[in-house]
Design a protein around this ligand. Sequence first.
Ligand SMILES: [Fe+2]
Ligand SMILES: [Fe+2]
Ligand SMILES: [Fe+2]
Length: 423
Amino acid sequence: MTIQNSPPCASPGININLGRAAHTVAKALDYVGVDDQCHGRRVGLMTHRTAHFLGWDRETRHFALIAVMLHDCGVSSTSTHKKLAAEIEWKGANDHCVRGGGFLGGFVPFSAYADVVLFHHTRWNELPDTMDDRAKQIANLIFLMDRLDVMRAQFLIDHPSYGVLHNRHLLVDNLSPYIGVLFAPDLFNAMNKAILKDSFWLELEDEFLDEAIFETLSFCDHSSILSFTNLLSLGEMISQIVDAKSPFTHFHSVRVADLTYEVTGLLGYAAERRQLLRLAGLLHDIGKLRTPDEILEKPGSLTETEHDIMLRHPLDSKMVLTGLFPGTPIGRWASHHHEKLNGSGYPYGWSADQIDEETRVLALCDIFQALCQKRPYRERLQVDEVLAIMTRMTEAGELDPVIFHLITENGERLYHVAIREGV
Ligand SMILES: [Fe+2]
Ligand SMILES: [Fe+2]
Ligand SMILES: [Fe+2]
């Protein structure tokens, strides 16, 4: 039997459209709030449309659109999201702003957005003097549009979507008591003009939303060649979002990435292929953003329904990663990390001849790390216990015997990589 390797990537980096990347981050964040989909994208579009009435130039409007699509990247627990969706001002809101600003600051191509994200729940009259006027306006416009989207969402709980057109002033009236305190008066005036356009509301509907955003983004070139170092820091930023969702998955993805890097080194992979697989390791579980916290953190075994919910995360990972890294095998590798060589895996139930070597490495590293890690339902296993379980799985035809042999030979060292604390 021959195992296919994916072709190596020959470029010094990968061409990424940062507008599309921000859109994918927004889409991935939708997974956190199970009921309130598309929030980041809707607020992005509303902000961009309102910015027209403020006379902002295209570059600034696009900056605001991208910033908004990233604005909630610090929200990663479902409970945080529920509070954000229910109240105009909320005491703990600042936490997700600080976390989001920190995440963005760590990834150079998005670091310019860190400040406005940091202050997107700050009252207009409390924005710090260290910000320039335009940054203050962008941060405050995000706040205003964000709250308008919450008003719209609440209205839609017991009204059909077309009802918004006739009630648009009602939605805005809910926010007017806060003019001059929470929101800058000129931003409020611009919003009052923007909402008069029917398209402002209609484009927020699911079937028009993405097309409207992509059409808008196409007026500027947002592509950028990212070095592998920058790609990894994008991956790290996103994996922090995933890991912050549950303390029990904390560092799992980082350690899986480290393990894939070690094992591909033992296998003699070229540098770029190692980096690509490391990135897939970092992000393989991003689909778990959609898995409710109660399931991820459940101390006992899962019910059938909970198990079924869990089973979809590889495909959710694929959707996010093919959007973030188009033209690379990263999404494919990540979506196959629960496949088994004997066809007993999920979600495709593929057999050995359909599973490439990189996926086999990732699958082994994922299992190895998961067994090494303390989980809600059990303590950390020792290296010999981990290898004994994996030996049984290999003998059952689930895992690649050659790569597993390599892991066994380096068991002690890899165990320390898998359990290492810190960055
Ligand atoms: Fe938000
Ligand atoms: Fe997984
Ligand atoms: Fe995993």
